[in-house]
Write a protein that binds this ligand. Structure first.
Ligand code: PEP
Length: 239
């Protein structure tokens, strides 16, 4: 099965830059040995959607609210994202959990995204002190259990193992530890679940992660928004 390269552009790009980078993705994906999806910021979604419309790159979003309409100032409804052609929505990213998102909120968001026909990309992962205390599997199991209890059994989902101490720090989790955690996640999420790794992946270090049999692909933040790194990724992915 083809693996997935999922780009999370976070809040790094202006809309003009996002549109230009989307063109590089569309071109690179033509000869890539991986499937590709990008999650731009909300304001760039429509412009990026137009660029990607006839391409092999799927459109993603970085978050969504758990309701489809109502008095929720500042929130973005799953229904609004689906109407723009979004296929995948990240929920429970560590940068949102750090601002107070609980497992319950993440589970509600995942269910709302699935209800609108999109695939939630559910981020799970432990804090540094939790890993140091040997609690990483316990933490991730609890995060996953909350999400899976909220999702209908037939709903598709993607899990992204993103240890919180590895995000944006330049210190990725070792491939051995990723393999151990992916085996743990697979035991809960099931044999067919797509499980990504994310955390300080770049064009120089990605290969051992992508080659792990249990890793269904990569969720890449910072490097996925840098044109030079994107060129290097697609050179490496060229089949
Ligand atoms: C992310 O934002 O999901 C991520 C993995 O970030 P980075 O690649 O910058 O660590």
């Amino acid at each position: 099965m083809r693996k997935l390269f999922f780009a999370n552009w976070k809040m790094y790009l202006g809309d003009d830059e996002a549109e230009a980078l989307a063109r590089s993705y569309a071109e690179g994906a033509l000869s890539a040995s991986v499937d590709v999806a990008v999650a731009p910021g909300f304001t760039a979604l429509e412009r990026v959607a137009r660029v990607l419309a006839a391409s092999k790159v799927a459109l993603g979003a970085q978050d969504a609210f758990w309701k489809d309409e109502g008095a929720y100032t500042g929130e973005v409804a799953p229904k609004q994202l689906a109407a723009l052609g979004v296929k995948h929505v990240i929920v429970g990213h560590s940068e949102r959990r750090a601002m107070g998102e609980t497992d319950e909120i993440v589970a509600r968001k995942a269910a709302a995204v699935a209800a609108d026909g999109m695939t939630p990309v559910v981020c799970v992962g432990e804090l540094k002190e939790e890993r140091e205390a040997g609690r990483q599997e316990e933490i991730v199991r609890a995060q996953l259990a909350a999400m899976m209890a909220a999702l209908p059994s037939e709903a598709p989902f993607i899990v992204a193992y993103e240890p919180r101490w590895a995000i944006g720090t330049g210190t990725p989790c070792s491939p051995d530890d990723v393999a151990k955690m992916h085996a743990c996640i697979r035991g809960i999420a099931g044999p067919d679940a797509a499980i990504l790794y994310g955390g300080s992946v770049d064009p120089e270090n990605f290969r051992p992660y992508l080659d792990l049999p249990d890793v269904g692909g990569l969720l890449v933040g910072g490097a996925s928004a840098r044109p030079d790194a994107v060129r290097a990724f697609f050179e490496a992915f060229a089949s």
